[in-house]
Design a protein around this ligand. Structure first.
Ligand code: 5AD
Ligand code: SF4
Length: 472
């Protein structure tokens, strides 16, 4: 019998065969040209997209393309985001500019993928107005890149392959890791929450959890390869495992991951407040490896707006949850996402949001102006406020968030804490940048040989959102 598992294994084998064929073709082309074929990978959006881009880059490297940062490469792949309108506009802007590269290098291939491509109107527009694009695919078939390239090389027209949804999770394909010492690991895909403003459930499909044994095996391999920190990725990690054949909670998965020898730090995102269990708080509180950081998007502090957003918790629920977390894990750093200008938001509602911000005192908050996404329930709601009013609310909230974050983030000044060294400081290469367990960055003198190691650093001066430190 063909089980889902062996269909997925067959698919992985098929892709590997295609990669072998492409390897030969690309090696031949490289010889003809007397130079390597290059690829440039551009990624917009969230950490899920960043992870998908690592997989795409892994496939491209496997078949023989060499990485380039320049957009006039032989193969350009753009992984798109559509969570807010301006993400889409940026892609169209970039696409226009690519035409001139293709004129210079007619063999150049341009591929588009990611969330924006799951919208049929977008694909129509590209078909009509951006005919220099060669390959379009979506979020469900990233593993098929090699096959799509082969199809393109064997045909003339644009290759378009968009899946409405999928239950397939194809394991064990190459991935090109950005860092040697840390790595994102998908634990689930998709989202079932349908927050009324959000397009993610439409473009990423229904929730699907990876099997715990596949996740554990991947992390063990990563650790054997030098990884000390993993970031478990999912749109809503707190509902991990509910649809597995043998259900397992996210907290139970974390306990299994904690057991992996050699793994030092565990991070995860994103958590939906409605699904965050007492079991998870207890596991985090006793864990030696789970980082002291929780990203807990609140979106709004108004119970009325939260109901209109279909978030399924109230202001009081959120505050009570934060209280419970802070009591169990006193040194936790809390961060959040907030949307300003949701259609039904009034002046009284933004005051509620400000009230929660003042009570919780987040270490940082990502603030967004509501962006209408066609096809979502909120897209048809009437606006209660003008654009100017919304802009003013946004500025007011941002100032409050930043003032509080500056104070909250400096609470450890003077202490000695452990950082994982991530790289050279981008501005000053006599300094290193490291990350504390609570996700705050520390810059301190040191050289590149320390990258990927843990160091004890004295946090000498808080600079608001980061520290200047000294190795002890
Ligand atoms: N408009 C503005 N912000 C949005 N987000 C999601 N959808 C929208 C939208 N339509 C924000 C939410 C989410 C974050 C990833 O993006 O705050 O948590
Ligand atoms: Fe979007 Fe809500 Fe799902 Fe997050 S939980 S991805 S905001 S629908």
């Amino acid at each position: 019998m063909r089980t889902e598992q062996n269909i997925n294994e067959l698919e992985a084998l098929k892709q590997k065969e295609i990669m072998e064929r492409l390897k030969v073709r690309i090696a031949k082309k490289t010889e003809e040209l007397g130079r390597p074929l290059t690829y440039c990978s551009v990624c917009f959006g969230c950490q899920m997209n960043a992870k998908d881009s690592e997989k795409l880059e892994g496939i491209l490297e496997t078949i023989g393309y060499v990485r380039s940062e320049s957009e006039d490469a032989d193969f350009l792949i753009m992984n798109t985001c559509t969570v807010r309108e301006n993400a889409n506009l940026r892609v169209y802007g970039r696409l226009g500019q690519l035409k001139k590269y293709k004129k210079k290098n007619p063999n150049m291939l341009i591929a588009l993928c990611g969330c924006m491509m799951q919208e049929s109107l977008v694909v129509e527009k590209i078909k009509q107005s951006y005919r220099h694009v060669d390959i379009i695919f979506g979020t469900h078939n990233v593993f098929k890149l090699a096959e799509l390239i082969e199809n393109k090389l064997n045909s003339k027209g644009m290759v378009i392959d968009i899946w409405e949804g999928t239950t397939e999770i194809v394991e064990d394909l190459p991935s090109d890791r950005k860092y040697d010492f840390k790595c994102g690991v998908n634990i689930m895909f998709g989202c079932n929450n349908f927050c009324s403003y959000c397009i993610v459930p439409y473009v990423r499909g229904r929730e699907r959890s990876r099997k715990p044994e596949d996740i554990i095996a991947e992390i063990k391999n990563l650790v054997a390869d030098g990884v000390v920190e993993v970031m478990l990725l999912g749109q809503n990690v707190n509902s991990y495992g509910k649809n597995l054949e043998n259900p397992l909670s996210f907290a139970q998965l974390l306990e299994q991951i904690e057991e992996i020898e050699g793994l030092k730090r565990i991070r995860f995102m994103t958590s939906h407040p409605k699904d965050l269990s007492d079991e998870l708080i207890a596991v985090m509180a006793k864990s030696k490896k789970i980082c002291k950081h929780l990203h807990l998007p609140m979106q709004s502090g108004s119970t009325k707006v939260l109901a209109d957003m279909n978030r399924r918790y109230t202001k009081e629920d959120y505050l009570a949850l934060v209280e419970k977390i802070k009591t169990a894990i006193p040194d936790i750093s809390l961060t959040t996402d907030i949307i300003v200008g949701f259609p039904t938001e009034t002046e009284a509602d933004i005051e509620e949001t400000l009230d929660v911000v003042r009570k919780v005192r987040f270490d940082s908050a990502f603030t967004f102006i509501y962006s209408k996404r066609t096809g979502t329930p909120a897209a048809t709601m009437e606006f209660a406020a003008t654009e100017e009013e919304i802009k003013e609310r946004f500025d007011r909230l941002l100032k409050e968030v930043q003032d509080i974050a500056k104070e909250t983030c400096s609470k450890d000044q003077g202490k000695i804490m452990e950082v994982l060294v991530e790289g050279l400081d981008e501005q000053d290469d006599s300094l290193l940048t490291g990350r504390l367990s609570n996700n705050i960055l520390v810059h301190f003198p040191g050289d590149a040989s320390l990258i990927g190691t843990f160091q004890n650093v004295k946090l000498i001066k808080s600079k608001g959102f980061y520290y200047i430190g000294e190795r002890v």
